[in-house]
Design a protein around this ligand. Structure first.
Ligand code: ZN
Length: 150
């Protein structure tokens, strides 16, 4: 991510020059890594790419706003996968997740990678629906700065 705050004139990231960092513990199972590419405070939007080895998954969450993804590598089961009424994305695949989509299990059955833009925060919840962490552009920005020493 750029070293300075976002410029209204735009931003450019050379993705292969950025290091992966571990995605925060408690929000996923297994060694998921990510790169935060952009935050747009004015729109409440943020964009990241995720590296998800076989067997990893994200913790239960609700998308407070819609999101779009591009699975560039591997296979991702969303909302239980296609056998349970959800989607099984196979690279190269595009998906749209609606506002208030609840994802109890987002699982990777092989080494995968996906790019996603989120509008609004993710509400990570426990099994009783209580918020564990509300993760929006500000929280990801702070987590990224902390992880990269930026
Ligand atoms: Zn999700």
């Amino acid at each position: 991510m750029a070293e300075t705050e976002n410029s209204p004139t735009g931003d450019y990231i050379q993705m292969d020059k950025m290091d992966w960092v571990p995605f925060p513990e408690g929000l996923c199972k297994g060694p998921i890594r990510w790169k935060l590419l952009h935050v747009s405070p004015e729109a409440g939007a943020w964009t990241a790419i995720f590296d998800c080895p076989e067997g990893t998954s994200f913790a239960k969450h609700i998308h407070m706003g819609p999101g779009e993804y591009f699975l560039t590598k591997g296979r991702m089961n969303v909302r239980g996968g296609s056998t349970e009424g959800g989607a099984t994305a196979v690279a190269p695949g595009y998906g749209y997740e609606a506002c208030n989509a609840q994802h109890d299990h987002t699982e990777f059955s092989e080494d995968s990678e996906f790019y996603m833009t989120f509008l609004g925060p993710l509400n990570f919840i426990d099994d009783d629906g209580n918020t564990i962490a509300l993760v929006g552009w500000q929280q990801v920005y702070e987590a990224w700065q902390a992880a990269t020493g930026g």
